[in-house]
Structure formats: structure tokens, C-alpha cells
Design a binder for this molecule. Structure first.
Ligand code: GA4
Length: 320
């Protein structure tokens, strides 16, 4: 057994730990070619705010190639990586997440999906790829969501993601293994602390390493079995508001693995900055009022960047 030294422990001391939990077998799996897909997606978004997409049409080889590029980047000498950091908010980050003191056992690259905004050479390799996440998965899923909810027109959500002014971003996360700490305490390090995503939806693809956990309605945390061939979709805060609380913005977190590194890529689909975020009229029943004060995406994003990861960000916008 590896016995960790005091210095090794000091290195970890600011990062929270967490006991491993069992795999959850109840994650909804959606096959977009299934005629019931829209109904199943709506059910999944209401109950979990989360589902797994299979038969999405993106070849595994494409994802593996992208993953190899990401690993190449994270394997660069620290001094090279530091040249494209710190993230403000875009760029390379190491342990620090966001501007308000959150930390995790993670390295990452946060990119704007609009190439005009970040024109760095390191980033340009990845900048064409969010399109695959967005078009094949994000826009198709939101189309099914709108259909399932009976929203007219069907493209009202997906249009916000494809708008040339859409405020979306792409994130590459690298979670190194943490064997020393596990040996000492039987606990794992928290890679990315619990939070909800502020945007409309997030589309995630990871390698076959465990780590992602979601919080169920009753507050229990469960582990999502990894599947490198699939994509996972998260409902974000903006979509919770647009459905007047019918869809749940899912609380989730990532625990570092003891032995294997976890590599994930996530597209966060946000609307244009000036977009008003409010329940879609066709979602509301007769006489039903919005649960939230009206705000723009820009206002919500500014407020999110003043918060800590685990804060309940929608609370500030709920009607009293
Ligand atoms: C969570 C979802 C996305 O990863 C992200 C994150 C952002 C960041 O890492 O800079 C935030 C976090 C996320 C929510 C609250 C704020 C902003 C860190 C943080 C403490 C890129 C995003 O859009 O919001």
C-alpha cells in the first residue's frame, strides 16, 4: 500500500473528499430513432434533468480523436499550459474553478465557441468541434423536448443554440487519478464540486472512467456509469425557467478516480446575451404564472459569476 507523506496530504487539503457511491442503473437512455423519443425525453427532464443519448450518429472514432488531442494538451509541460491561462473566464485552469474560491482536482480548458472571441492557436484545434455536440445532440434533443412539451414552433429552443450570437462554451476537463489519498482515507477527491449548469442544456462526452454523479429528487447522490460511446444531456437553469420548473436543472459533481484519469468534453448551450429568459407561453397552462422574475441571459450570467459553485443561483430570481 502507498503511504502518503504529509506534503502529499497538504497538497490535497484544500480539496474536498467524498466516499465512492454505487452505480445507478436508472439513468434514462434515449434512442433518438425511437418513435417515443420525445415523450421519454420529457419524462427524463422532469424526473432527473438528465439522460443518456444513444444512436446519436457521431462516430466513436471522431470522439476518440478529439480525446487524444485533449490528452496531448494536458500532457504538455506545465509552463506551456500556463501560457494559455489563467481562465478569465476562457483559457487553461488548474484546480481553481470560477472566480470565487472554488477548487477541485481538475485541469481544464474553457473555450468560447465563437472563434472571433478567442483566436488562440491552441484553442483553434477544438473550436470546430462544439458544432458536432451542438447540432447532432443539442439541437436535436431540444427539438424533441419542444415537441414533447407541445411547444410551437418546434425549433424555439434549438434556434437559441444555433443563433450566431448564442453565448455557448466548450470545456475540456482532465481529472488526474488520486491513488495516494484513497490509500490513506478510502475517500476520493472531488474533481468538480456540486453545481447546476446555468445554460439551456449541456452535452457531455467522457472516456470510460467513472466519476460523474447526479443528485436525485430525494437528495441522494448516485454514480452515472460511464459510456464513451454515448452523450449525456443535462438540463440547465435557463431551461428550468423556460419550462416554468417542469424540467429540473440537475445538480451534479465529479469525483476523481483513484487509478484512471477521466477526460470529458462538454458543450454548454446558452442563448444570446440579450435573450429574455422566461417561461415559454405555450408551456404555461391557462392562468399559470411564472415562478421567476424576468431576466436576460446576460443578467443571469453576471449573477452566476458572482456565486460559488454550490450556490442555488435561481433563488435570486424566484418570485417571492
Ligand atoms: C458551471 C458550468 C460551466 O462549466 C461553466 C462554469 C463556470 C466556470 O467554470 O467558470 C462557473 C460555473 C459554471 C457556475 C458558477 C460560476 C461560473 C464557475 C462558477 C463558480 C463554464 C459555466 O458557465 O458555469
Amino acid at each position: 500500500m502507498v503511504v502518503p507523506s504529509q506534503t502529499a496530504l497538504d497538497r490535497y487539503s484544500v480539496i474536498k473528499t467524498c466516499k465512492p457511491t454505487g452505480f445507478f442503473s436508472g439513468i434514462p437512455v434515449i434512442n433518438l430513432t425511437n418513435p417515443d423519443a420525445k415523450t421519454l425525453i420529457v419524462e427524463a427532464c422532469q424526473e432527473f434533468g438528465f439522460f443518456k443519448l444513444v444512436n446519436h450518429g457521431v462516430p466513436l472514432e471522431f470522439m476518440t480523436r478529439l480525446e487524444a488531442l485533449a490528452i496531448n494538451f494536458f500532457n504538455l509541460p506545465q509552463s506551456e499550459k500556463d501560457k494559455v491561462g489563467p481562465p478569465d473566464p476562457f483559457g487553461y485552469g488548474n484546480k481553481r474553478i470560477g472566480p470565487n474560491g472554488d477548487v477541485g482536482w481538475i485541469e481544464y480548458l474553457l473555450l468560447n465557441t465563437n472563434p472571433q472571441i478567442t483566436s488562440n492557436k491552441t484553442f483553434s484545434i477544438f473550436q470546430e468541434n462544439p458544432q458536432i455536440f451542438r447540432e447532432e445532440n443539442g439541437q436535436r434533443s431540444t427539438g424533441f423536448m419542444a415537441d414533447g412539451l407541445g411547444i410551437e414552433p418546434r425549433n424555439v429552443l434549438s434556434k437559441l443554440l444555433s443563433d450566431e450570437k448564442s453565448d455557448s462554451c466548450f470545456r475540456l476537463n482532465y481529472y488526474p487519478p488520486c491513488p495516494e489519498l484513497q490509500a490513506l482515507s478510502g475517500r476520493n477527491l472531488v474533481g468538480f464540486g456540486e453545481h447546476t449548469d446555468p445554460q439551456i442544456i449541456s452535452v457531455l462526452r467522457s472516456n470510460n472512467t467513472t466519476g460523474l454523479q447526479i443528485c436525485l429528487r430525494d437528495g441522494t447522490w448516485v454514480s452515472v456509469p460511464p459510456d464513451q460511446a454515448s452523450f449525456f444531456i443535462n438540463v440547465g437553469d435557463a431551461l428550468q425557467v423556460m419550462t416554468n420548473g417542469r424540467f429540473r436543472s440537475v445538480k451534479h459533481r465529479v469525483i476523481a478516480d483513484t487509478m484512471k484519469s477521466r477526460v470529458s468534453m462538454i458543450y454548454f448551450g446558452g442563448p444570446p446575451l440579450s435573450e429574455k429568459i422566461a417561461p415559454l407561453p405555450s408551456v404555461l397552462a391557462e392562468g399559470e404564472e411564472s415562478l421567476y422574475e424576468q431576466f436576460t441571459w446576460c443578467e443571469y450570467k453576471n449573477s452566476a459569476y458572482k456565486s460559488r459553485l454550490a450556490d442555488y443561483r435561481l433563488g435570486l430570481f424566484e418570485k417571492k
